[in-house]
Structure formats: C-alpha cells, structure tokens
Write a protein that binds this ligand. Sequence first.
Ligand code: ATP
Length: 367
Amino acid sequence: TDLKTLQSESIPVKFNNIVKRFVSHSGQKDFFAVKNVTLNIEPGQLVTVLGPSGCGKTTTLRMLAGFEMPTSGQIMIGDQDVTHTPPNKRNVGMVFQSYALFPHLTVFENVAYGLQVKKVSKTELLQRVQQVLMIMNLLELKDRMPASLSGGQQQRVALARAVVTEPKVLLFDEPLSNLDAKLREYMRDELRKIQQRLGITSLYVTHDQAEAMAISDKVVIMNKGEIEQMGTPWEIYAKPTSRFVADFMGKANFLPATVRQVEPSKLVLDLMGEILEVEKDQTFPVKNGNQVTCVIRPEFWHIDAEGKLKGKVTRATYLGNYVEYEVSLNKETIVVVDYQHYMRYGFYREGDDVQLSLKKERISILP
Ligand code: ATP
C-alpha cells in the first residue's frame, strides 16, 4: 500500500535532566518518582523503558505525553521545547494497555475520531482512514463494534487510531499486557513492523524483558527513578554494567577474577586459575591486580573438549529445548545452559566431568 503519504520526517526526542517530584499531602516526605533522567531517542528509533514496578517508567512516559509536568528539566520533540506544552499540542500518539476505544463507535469511527477533532475535510478523512485500515489489516472489520473484536484486533484498532493523525512521536504504555502469550508475540512483531515502516520515533514502556529485547533499538533500564543503563538489547543483556541490570535481564553467573594485564583493547584475567582474555569495554578504571566480578550468562558457556575450565556436573535438568546444568568449578557453582551440544553428544549426568570454554566478547566485568 501507499505508505509514503503516511510517512513524515522522523524527529528526535530528548529528555534533559528531568526530575519529577510528587508533593506529599499527608506530612510524609515528597517522593521523587524520576530523579535525573537524560535520554535521547534518535529519529525513527524505538526506545523501551524497562524496570521493576514503581521505578518511574509510566511517569517518564506521561511527561512526554504531557499528562505530567516535570518538576525540573526540559523535554524536546524535534527542535520544539514541549516541557510546558499541553498534550493535545504535542503531536503525540498513544497506545494504552486498556486499548481505550470508544465502545459506542465502530472501528471506522474510532479511527476517524482524531481527524474529526482536527477538522480534516471529509474526503481527506475518508482517504486517510481507509489507508490506515488497509495497512493494519482492518478493512474487513471497519463496521464492527469494539466489543465484538478480539484483544489483538482491538489493539490494532488502537494503533490505527494513534497513527492516523500522523503523530511525530508514538507512546506505548504496556500495550500488549492484556493479550495472551502467543498473541503478544505476534502483535509485538506487527507493532514493530508498522513502527519501522512509518519511521515514527517511539517510547515504549513495559516490564517484560523479552518484549523489550524483541522490539527495541535501545533499551533503558530504570531503577528507583534513575537510568541504570541504556544500550542495545545485546549490550543490556550481555554487557550489564551493574548487578541490578544483570539480575533483571535473566540468569547470570557472577564469578571473581583478578586482572593480570591491561592492554588497550583487552584485559587478561585470572578466572579461577585459568588465564582468559576479555574485551576491554568495562565502564570503570581497572589496574593490574584489581579484583573484579565476571558476569556470564548461562548459555554463553560452551561445553567443549578443548575447554580450559574443568568442572563437574552436580545437577542436570532437561527443559525441552535446552539442558540446564549446575557445574562446580573450583569453589564456585555455575549454571550452564546447553542448546546444541546435547543433540549431537547426548546429556551429561551428575558426576560427569566437563570442560568449558567462553568467547571473550561474552564476558562483562563489574568492579
Ligand atoms: P508500574 O510498572 O508498577 O506501572 P512504574 O515504573 O510505571 O511502575 P510509576 O507509575 O512511574 O512507576 O511510579 C513511580 C513512583 O511514583 C511510584 O512509587 C508511584 O507510587 C509514584 N507516583 C506515581 N504517580 C504519583 C502521584 N500522582 N502521586 C504520588 N506518587 C506517585
């Protein structure tokens, strides 16, 4: 279909030192929901804010929407300072968890609503609604009422309604939380495809790690009102810069090591008596002799006859598409997940000796 007419120029979004304080009326201390957030979203990118309940995700999103006013700091959409601009003047589209469709309007009328408010001419309205319904695969449903649609269909209508006014920015507040697991996976791919095709700069809030990994250009991990780490899904997962991020994104092994050599692009570590090279990409200064903690995801280990690290299996659990081993290495117990090896060579059992290896870009270092 003709997407070009829907595509407008992508623009950046910036949060500069944003603070949000909620003033207490009950004599308790004021609460800082967002502490000092600086965040750039590049034109056309989708950035996900991820973090535990209460970390300030929704508040951050609501400030970009204009529903909450920051206590201090500045929000820019393109080159416009919108910090004090009311929501309806920001050119922002929103998709909520609850769909928030008008129950008494048909699909067509729901999608058309934003254009009517904008007093777009009848011919243009017809044409634009038709076009968005076509892109979203909703044409057949255009005369149906929201209550007669499935959750996934309702969420597609909500997305159609959000993009029909050609917003510069799209905001997603846990849009897939009401869908069952299978549909959620399908919809997240749909949603990402449409966001990319339209090139609309987007901020997406979720507490689902897999969802964030799957749809984002960048992931922001928030903790207690502050950004803990921002990076590509790979960086956030494989190269966490704090224990909080490492734990939040899944299982991880934390192992003590000693720095033996510092070179411009790599570090040589002593990891439990074995000398290992790792990429030098940590965010803190290191010196020869420093004690560090290696963060290694369970599936980053290779069970490998050439592996230098020798351990003993203490537990083996078959989980359908992978095997999870507990392996004792020196005084440490680690978790190793194997997706490949067992299919060719079979399972290891409790008491078996194994050798493990590791690629150098798969280790992250914490102080
Ligand atoms: P969740 O995943 O549970 O939705 P969240 O990360 O989106 O959490 P926010 O809704 O941004 O968290 O809330 C951050 C903190 O600010 C919470 O502790 C919340 O109780 C507090 N908060 C939010 N809105 C207000 C308000 N209007 N008045 C006082 N405190 C508020």
